[in-house]
Design a binder for this molecule. Structure first.
Ligand code: ACM
Length: 760
């Protein structure tokens, strides 16, 4: 180890305005926070400059006995190299002496689009809070800020030509209390706020200095009640309206009149003047067609333009706006509803209702940003809803964010090039304060950062968890709120063949792990985890309950997992004759909300139809929505051992092996995976999967992993003939299209052991 005195930052090109500004923007907060004085000078131990041979935004960071070199492919690369150096300086001790490991890093991002969204419509966050949000994004190398500026409950951007948008539309008389929209209870407290143009310009410039492009969202045709309250003549009914006070989806939307287009185009002209980036987001989501169906004007447009229905009318609406934006040199982004009725020719799609919209758009040659509710909705719960502050619903723990893969397997390499990158969204219906905002954001945004930056082969949740405490300690020092992550290593129950198992836990936060071995709630006085321990399972299963206890006494939520010794399940003997590859499939149309309802319907047998599949997957035949399915047959495993079954479904599914439930992933939910283990003797085992598709996205797949976590070469077989196919029943007609509602579509709440972690 050699000590290098950090004398300052030397620029490779002292005449470069960009280099100087980069060094100054970076060094100033370090001086304030760490007391490290790093003046920009002719000589210095931190050398900063450009270098070729790296991809866009890439950097090289070298720490050696002669000092530190940060070299970037471009300004962004240098910025990111400095941020990595900064993380090392934070981790390197306390006070003015910092210990850096010798290293040589070459680093480039996997995706060019690394996005974070913020809804300022439901709750307003002022310019300083937005800048702090941008600072957190920049620290973790995110580079697109999607600013959701207009909503039913508030219009937040000053538009000179239409002053009532903010004079009227930025303020609501009160806000819904609690989760219930109907019957409605208001808090009686007026609420509002908006950004002046000056503030917006300042924020855009602040973001640019941190290599963040701001993407403004101006919602249309739905989520526009605040605008309609200001200018009711833009609606189909003429109003009058009040700025929204309830959460949810409103029936009143812009009417597709010439007055509306003139208004929106004038608004967008002012918006484009403020935001120099290439993209303008126009929303397009959750726009009920009720008013258009009843409106003579909307119906006249449908006739005049030769459109099939209101969905094509929305598509026509968006195309018209796209033409306008393209003419002004900008590109349109919309939520995946813009696929319905036909995609505008150059549009980029934000896939939020699962990944199917993204797959479809990429196949059509359109660019896609992946932001599915299943992995990227930071307004969802992070743990047991009974122990967490009120949230919109869903369940999105840290490890699920980390596990997100933005490029769907279904895409070819050519199609996959259209996946620009991931984005996480933070809607703020139930997020009224900045502290709460940080609690929902952190540390999930750190997981997003690795999803966006790191190639999948270098990702490891266990490694990520080990690196977290340093980052969270920095938040502690800065007074930034975060949710204390759960102890890592207890994500699920475990079966083992032997009567001992190694308990290995990771502390993902500064502090100690405290745990119990009888499932009881651990506290500061419980057993302290000091390293891997042997669990003795000879006397029976052991339930481990663990939680983080921070230095200041704060406690994280409790995680529990059961460790059990499992005798190998015997094989089916004798083997039935006449088995052939594949599984038997039986499906039945209907509205199901649980696999038990599917079983009952199949038992009744009415309208059931049979087919065959190659394995655990959706067969050809059933309708797009509303059906139940059973796959059955046998699984042949190659050797004795514990197998892990990862069942992915949308909506609910359940896996039974030899008559026992191994994975229960029942209920209405978006595409997500759940795992279970089974101890199986080599050979044949009875398998049954139940599934239902209620509406929205659809998915069913199963991965079989061996004890080492590798894909097991297992095969599916079933009796060779699946019997005579009964004739199809007369169709009951198209079910009504289910309007997706974030509140309704995500009922899945895994049983999650709880405790601790109070509301912010
Ligand atoms: C959305 O969450 N409505 C895009």
């Amino acid at each position: 180890t050699e000590a290098v005195s950090a004398t300052g930052i030397a620029l490779a090109d002292t005449a470069s305005v960009e280099l100087r500004r980069l060094a100054e923007v970076w060094a100033e907060p370090l001086r304030r926070a760490l007391g490290l004085r790093l003046p920009v000078a002719d000589t210095g131990s931190i050398r900063v400059g450009y270098v070729g041979g790296l991809g866009a935004e890439g950097y090289r960071l070298h720490v050696g006995s002669a000092g530190v070199t940060v070299a970037g492919a471009d300004g962004a690369g240098i910025f990111y190299g400095l941020r990595s150096l900064e993380a090392l300086l934070w981790a390197g001790g306390e006070g003015a002496v910092r210990v850096l490991p010798a290293l040589d890093i070459r680093d480039v991002p996997r995706f060019g689009y690394r996005g974070m969204h913020l809804d300022v419509g439901r709750h307003f966050f002022g310019p300083d809070a937005v800048k702090r949000y941008l600072d957190l994004m920049a620290r973790y190398k995110l580079n697109r800020f999607h600013w959701h500026l207009t909503e039913d409950q508030g219009w937040r951007i000053r538009i000179d030509r239409y002053p009532k948008l903010t004079d009227v539309g930025a303020f609501r008389k009160e806000t819904q209390v609690g989760k219930q929209r109907d019957p409605y209870v208001g808090d009686g407290v007026p609420y509002g706020g908006f950004y002046t143009k000056e503030e917006i310009r300042e924020i855009v410039a602040y973001a640019a200095e941190r290599f963040i492009t701001v993407i403004p969202e101006i919602e249309m045709p739905g989520h526009s009640l605040a605008a309609l309250a200001a200018y009711p003549e833009l609606s189909c009914t003429g109003g009058p309206f009040e700025v929204g006070t309830r959460w949810g989806v409103e029936e009143d939307i812009y009417c597709p009149s010439e007055a509306t287009f003139e208004f929106l185009q004038n608004v967008l002209l002012e918006v484009m003047e403020l935001f120099p980036g290439p993209y303008i987001h126009i929303g397009g989501d959750e726009a009920p067609k009720t008013r258009w169906r009843e409106s003579p004007l909307a119906q006249e447009v449908i006739r005049r333009e030769g459109l099939a229905d209101e969905h094509e009318l929305q598509s026509w609406f968006i195309r018209r706006i796209e033409t306008f934006l393209n003419r002004h040199g900008r590109r349109l982004i919309g939520w995946d509803e813009i696929l319905e009725g036909g995609l505008a020719p150059n549009a980029t799609v934000m896939s939020w209702r699962g990944i199917q919209g993204g797959i479809e758009a990429a196949r059509q040659g359109h660019d896609v940003i992946m932001t599915p509710t299943s992995h990227m909705y930071f307004d969802y719960y992070q743990g047991d809803p009974d122990k967490e502050p009120l949230a919109i619903g869903g369940m999105l723990p840290l490890e699920r964010v980390y596990a997100f893969e933005p490029v769907p397997e279904e895409l070819t390499a050519e199609e996959a090039r259209h996946i620009l990158g991931p984005q996480a969204n933070l809607w703020t219906e139930y997020v009224p304060t900045e502290a709460h905002l940080q609690y929902m954001l952190l540390p999930r945004m750190l997981a997003l950062s690795e999803v966006a930056w790191t190639p999948p082969e270098l990702k490891s949740f266990a490694h990520f968890a080990r690196r977290l405490p340093t980052h969270l300690a920095r938040f502690d020092a800065e007074g930034v709120r975060y949710r204390i992550p759960d102890v890592v290593g207890l994500e699920r129950d475990r079966l083992v063949v032997e009567d001992h198992v190694r308990l290995e836990l990771t502390a993902p936060a500064p502090g100690e792990i405290r745990y119990t071995l009888d499932g009881s709630e651990p506290g500061p006085g419980s057993r302290r985890y000091r390293g891997p321990a042997e669990l003795d399972l000879a006397q029976g299963p052991v339930t481990v309950a663990a939680r983080m206890v921070l230095p200041d006494g704060q406690m994280g939520a409790v995680r529990r997992a059961r460790f059990a010794r499992a005798p190998l399940r015997p094989t089916v003997a004798p083997e039935p004759a006449g088995l052939a590859p594949g599984l038997e499939a039986v499906w039945v149309e209907g509205s199901f909300r649980s696999v038990a309802e599917v079983e009952a319907a199949l038992e009744a047998g009415i309208g059931a139809r049979r087919t065959r599949t190659a394995g655990i997957l959706l067969p050809e035949g059933p309708p797009q929505e509303r059906f139940g399915l059973r796959l059955s047959g046998y699984l042949r495993v190659p050797e004795d051992g514990i197998y892990t079954f990862r069942l992915t479904s949308d909506d609910g599914a359940l896996l039974r092996i030899d008559g026992e439930t191994v994975v229960d992933h029942d209920g209405l939910h978006a595409a997500s995976a759940r795992e279970g283990d089974a101890a199986l003797a080599a050979g044949l085992h009875r398998v049954e999967v139940l599934y239902f598709q209620a509406g929205g996205g659809r998915a069913l797949s199963l991965r079989v992993l061996d004890a080492a976590g590798a894909a097991s070469p297992s095969t599916w077989v079933a009796p060779g003939s699946s019997g005579v196919r009964p004739p199809p029943l007369p169709s009951a007609g198209d079910p009504p299209r289910r309007r997706w509602d974030r509140r309704g579509g995500t009922g899945a709440t895994p049983p999650c052991a709880g405790g601790g972690s109070g509301p912010p």
